[in-house]
Design a binder for this molecule. Structure first.
Ligand code: DSN
Length: 415
């Protein structure tokens, strides 16, 4: 794909930077669990003339003229999202995952109401009530974590916390939790205190779509997700909910949170949902999980502390405290070697969030390139080499060369 054909003619500086980013996409092993390679078709839709259009409102009820094709594309995205997740209602307009959660809160909470969500330090997301986010500033936020021995969600503890704080909404879902989430149990807990239940499946949505991860839709009042992680679509958000909340959710998104929807991104979301409905998507997600499980097993074999002993999804968390290297130093050295992942706090971490004691490693993007078991074994070996020799430039250079060679065998964006 020619990413800069027209940009070259008007802005050489921007063209140069984009080309470097394309090179990075091609020549690095992208293993940040929340990232993926959007297909060329998705990128083309995002670069389409829909970027020119204002379409405030919803299909059939807009504030502008000239929206006949906007209506068609948004309705197509809505219908496909509903079909994919078996949901009663879908809002495809949120620009991001954060805005999906903020919109749900706006739809059903008043400032000062309480939220019970997963603690950021235990693997939750900022928008689940973290003090730095609007969810922690506008609402009274309470949090639950994981069990200190198993690092698993402890539903009895969550139930006890819910009884204690009586939240108006409970948020299930995480950004760094490698195991299945029992949404049925969360429903029981929510019912026991009369709370709404929101599942934020931003990380797991691709797996949920093909039923390889527990389905929250039957149990939750609201389900939110991004579309660019395991779903492999454009950067954006999606809200699913019961029909009885459709009006409240729609009004919260627009005019509550946003103005004109990004119609070019909605076009790309329609493609994303269409692709996810095809049989090949399930095979892809199966391999994503197999790759993550094997990566965890390989690192355990090499002596690493992989939290919870592995994973049920697309990511693993490695606690590096026994290895005398911080998350920051590991992530920097690995990136130098062409293995790009992120430092991550582990539950009960005593390091500050800029240093951290762990790394989070994801397989969606390398699996999208076609990498399988054979490559995972090699990658685990290289990670080990680098983390054990993180200041040895010779080792880093030699792994970098091997990464480059492997990436050359699994080309991306070469159509
Ligand atoms: N920032 C995302 C992640 O990396 O998990 C979550 O929104």
């Amino acid at each position: 794909m020619d990413f800069t054909k027209y940009i070259e003619k008007v802005d050489k500086d921007v063209a140069y930077i984009i080309k470097q980013e394309v090179k990075r996409n091609r020549e690095n092993l992208l293993m940040i669990a929340s990232e993926n390679y959007a297909d060329e078709a998705i990128l083309q839709a995002q670069g389409s003339v829909f970027t020119n259009k204002y379409a405030e409102g919803y299909p059939g009820k807009r504030f502008y003229q000239g929206v006949e094709w906007c209506d068609k594309i948004e309705q197509l995205a809505i219908d496909r999202a509903k079909q994919l997740f078996g949901a009663e209602h879908a809002n495809v307009q949120p620009n991001s995952g954060s805005q999906t959660n903020q919109s749900v809160y706006l739809a059903v909470l008043a400032p000062g109401d309480s939220i019970l969500g997963m603690n950021l330090a235990a693997g939750g997301h900022l928008t689940h009530g973290a003090p730095a986010s609007s969810s922690g500033k506008l609402y009274k936020s309470h949090s639950y974590g994981v069990n200190k021995d198993t690092y698993l969600l402890d539903y009895d503890e969550i139930a006890a916390k819910a009884k204690e704080v009586k939240p108006k909404i409970i948020v299930a879902g995480a950004s760094a939790y490698p195991r299945q989430i029992d949404f049925k149990k969360f429903r029981e807990i929510a019912d026991s205190v009369g709370a709404f239940l929101l599942a934020d499946i931003a990380h797991y949505a691709g797996l949920v779509a093909v039923k390889l991860f527990p389905d929250p839709v039957p149990y939750c009042d609201f389900v939110t997700t991004t579309t660019h992680k395991t779903l492999k679509g454009p950067r954006g958000g999606l809200i699913l909910c019961r029909e009885k909340y459709a009006k409240a959710v729609n009004s919260a998104v627009f005019p509550g949170m946003q103005g004109g929807p990004l119609m070019h991104v909605i076009a790309a979301k329609a493609i994303c949902f269409g692709e996810a409905l095809k049989p090949a998507f399930k095979l892809y997600q199966e391999q994503v999980i197999k790759n993550a499980q094997l990566l965890g097993a390989e690192l355990i074999k090499k002596g690493y502390k992989v939290l919870t002993g592995g994973t049920d999804c697309h990511l693993i968390l490695v606690d590096l405290r026994p290895d005398n290297i911080t998350g920051k130093d590991a992530a920097l050295a690995l990136d130098k070697a062409g293995i790009t992942l992120n430092k991550n706090g582990v539950p009960f971490d005593t390091q500050n969030p800029f240093i951290t004691s762990g790394i989070r490693v994801g397989t969606p993007a390398i699996t999208a390139r076609g990498m399988k078991e054979k490559e995972i074994v090699m990658i685990a070996g290289w990670m080990d080499e680098v983390m054990k020799n993180s200041t040895d430039e010779k080792v880093i250079k030699s792994v970098r060369a091997k990464v480059l060679k492997l990436c050359g065998k699994f080309p991306v964006y070469n159509r």
